[in-house]
Ligand binder design. Structure first.
Ligand code: HEC
Ligand code: HEC
Length: 214
């Protein structure tokens, strides 16, 4: 989960690791925690319009967030990820939802101001993620601070490419080290700016049935 790009070069098509978004190996509230997920999956998924397994959900992130290719369901790497998530879910009763699941929330009635978002990005994000969104390389092909747009980032089909999802994550976790320091309006403005920068186009067809603001 933490070193995905190096461990699975055939499946990852960008500069990210799962933990770039599922922070600290998927153990933090409002940063896509994996805790409790084996008590919920298989479950109905609105984007797919059908019941999906945890394997399919992981592969959705490989194809969209990692701009890459799915793992076989019986691959040892898939089973390793499933075992890790199962271990994190120890003791969570089947069917119950752990508090802090997902990316958090911002007020959905707010209207994004993309120009204001650009100003916030330069002031509060560019020091780590770069003025061109390309991140800060670590010198060995990876990143100290991951790319937020461009060829090495998530594609247009990713949840993070939706203004509202990105705003919730950014409000909960960014700038790194200063969680919850942005107002909902700041988060939605900067998210709208980042979400609409150029990035790889999702090849799998319709971008995202749930997309409201693109
Ligand atoms: C660019 C950010 C990003 C990256 C990188 C990423 N994901 Fe995700 N992932 C998301 C978002 C956004 C969601 C949806 C969260 C929500 O529903 O609010 C999600 C959801 C999930 C879920 C379902 C969570 C739930 O509560 O139902 C799983 C499992 C998952 N991702 C696994 C992975 C794995 C494994 C990797 C690496 C192969 C990965 N993700 C990489 C952004 C990312
Ligand atoms: C001090 C450095 C720092 C600052 C400032 C910062 N981030 Fe991040 N950001 C990170 C790190 C590090 C990660 C990856 C998390 C990890 O690996 O634990 C990340 C991850 C992300 C991600 C998900 C991964 C990706 O590459 O898309 C987004 C989106 C993001 N940041 C947006 C922002 C926005 C918007 C701001 C400004 C409000 C911001 N960040 C400010 C360090 C920073």
């Amino acid at each position: 989960m933490n070193d995905t790009r190096k461990q699975l070069p055939r499946n990852v098509g960008n500069g990210l690791n799962c933990s770039s978004c599922h922070i600290a190996g998927g153990t933090q509230a409002n940063a896509g925690p994996y805790v409790g997920l084996t008590a919920l999956f298989p479950m109905y998924n609105a984007r797919d319009g059908r019941v999906i397994s945890l394997q399919t959900r992981i592969n959705d992130c490989f194809e969209r967030s990692m701009n890459g290719h799915p793992l076989a369901w019986d691959a040892k790497e898939m089973n390793a990820m499933l075992m890790y998530i199962r271990w994190l879910s120890t003791g969570v009763p089947v069917g119950s939802q752990v508090a802090g699941r997902g990316m958090g929330q911002v007020d959905p009635s707010l209207k994004p101001d993309r120009a204001r978002g650009a100003t916030i990005y330069v002031a509060k994000c560019a020091s780590c993620h770069g003025l061109q969104g390309a991140g800060t390389p670590d010198g060995s092909g990876g990143y100290v601070f991951p790319p937020v747009w461009g060829k090495q980032s998530y594609n247009t089909g990713a949840g993070m490419a939706r203004t509202e999802t990105a705003a919730a994550f950014i409000k909960s976790k960014m700038p790194m080290g200063q969680p919850d320091s942005l107002s909902d309006q700041d988060a939605i403005d900067v998210a709208d700016y980042v979400a609409h920068q150029p990035r790889p186009v999702f090849a799998g067809g319709k971008p995202d049935a749930q997309a409201k603001r693109r």
